[in-house]
Design a protein around this ligand. Sequence first.
Ligand code: SF4
Length: 457
Amino acid sequence: MMGEPAKYVSSTNACRQCTPLGACLAFKGVRGAVPYLHGSQGCATYMRRYIISHFREPIDIASSALGEKQAVFGGGPNLKEGLVNVIGKYSPEVIGIATTCLTETIGDDVASILIEFDREWGAAKKGEHPQLVRVSTPSYQGSHVEGFHATVRALADQLALSSEGVNEKSVNLFPGIVSTADLRALREIVEGFGLTATILPDYSDTLDGPALDRYMPISPGGTGIEEIKLMGGAVASVEFASLLPRKLSAGELLKERFWQRLDTLGLPLGLRATDAFFSALSSISGESIPERYKSQRGRLLDAFVDGHKYLSGKRAVIYGDEELALGLTSFIAEVGIQPVVVATGSSNSDFEDAVKGVTEGLVLEEVKVVDGVDFSEIEALAAEAKPDLLIGNSKGYRISRELGVPLIRVGFPIHDRFGGQRTLHLGYEGALSLFDNLVNAVITKKQEDSPIGYAYI
Ligand code: SF4
């Protein structure tokens, strides 16, 4: 007798976004770049909508707008025609071409199509065309996190081809998906050690720039292609990607290509992880930690002492991008909160061990660690774990409402609050601001639930 057919399992409210969305975000951190999706129109529309409502900036994403015919016969002609249109409309320095589910499934060979485009452009004697960078981002493989890192690696791979212009004071920094405030803070920290940072990508201005008095088709800011070309000459690379497969690591590529020093770290979130980042910078630069950061560290420790009575023994559910979820877990464990569930929508076989590593000796209860889950699974685990706090992006709001538990909004996306794109998470100051938020969320909840109405807590 045949066994029962496997139950159909669908994803309900995915805890991740699609792969080329990560590519668009990364391309937005390159100066003069236009992200261009090779696929059907709806993909670009969804991603624009999603990114705009987090960053609250206008974002153009071009599309080769394939229809039924191209789905059968291939999208090469559309891709080339779209490139001509984008060049005419935006005069970009770079066009970042990411594939989508459709073009990966029909098997369009983007590299060959771009060689043809180059030949045809040359034959028409149109002069130089913008730099074209391509990345393969089928959304049935990975998530926006993989799409983001694959794009950063593709930029390094296709542009950083020599170690010319060796600069002992220059450091490459691959931060992953962090906020615009984090990007600005990271640059300041690196410069505090007398180093210059090539941050890839850097969307701190393109996605969070000052108000402009005239429309600009491409927002100013971002990492220039000349800077990316010089990355091979840097003294070291620092990459916040402790969970990233090496084949997606830009730092690993530069290390192999140029024998460059590589420091692979977790996100500098909380005391220990920020100490590790500062120690790496100190070792690279040969300089000691600047006084202002020693003071910031001291203030953070002081806050830990003052706030401990509010947070000690509280229980938290953490979810989101794997590197961020890991960093948050490390942080809350060191301030005395018990992480009860740590979840990520990405599939990553190293996630559980990494969480165990950062919580070792700091937790009283075993932490439930899950990867590759959606929000319905996170909700079921959270209901069972009876947390005092939820920590993650705004997609967990429904769970927080359902369970009556405060949600501390961090990461991407934040669609239901103002300023989520410029929340500082990293460094000692980021940890301090996050710590204040955690303590105040606990105090607010206590006040709201109290029949007395304490005004002095
Ligand atoms: S999942 Fe695939 S089809 Fe859907 S928006 Fe993303 S790339 Fe397009």
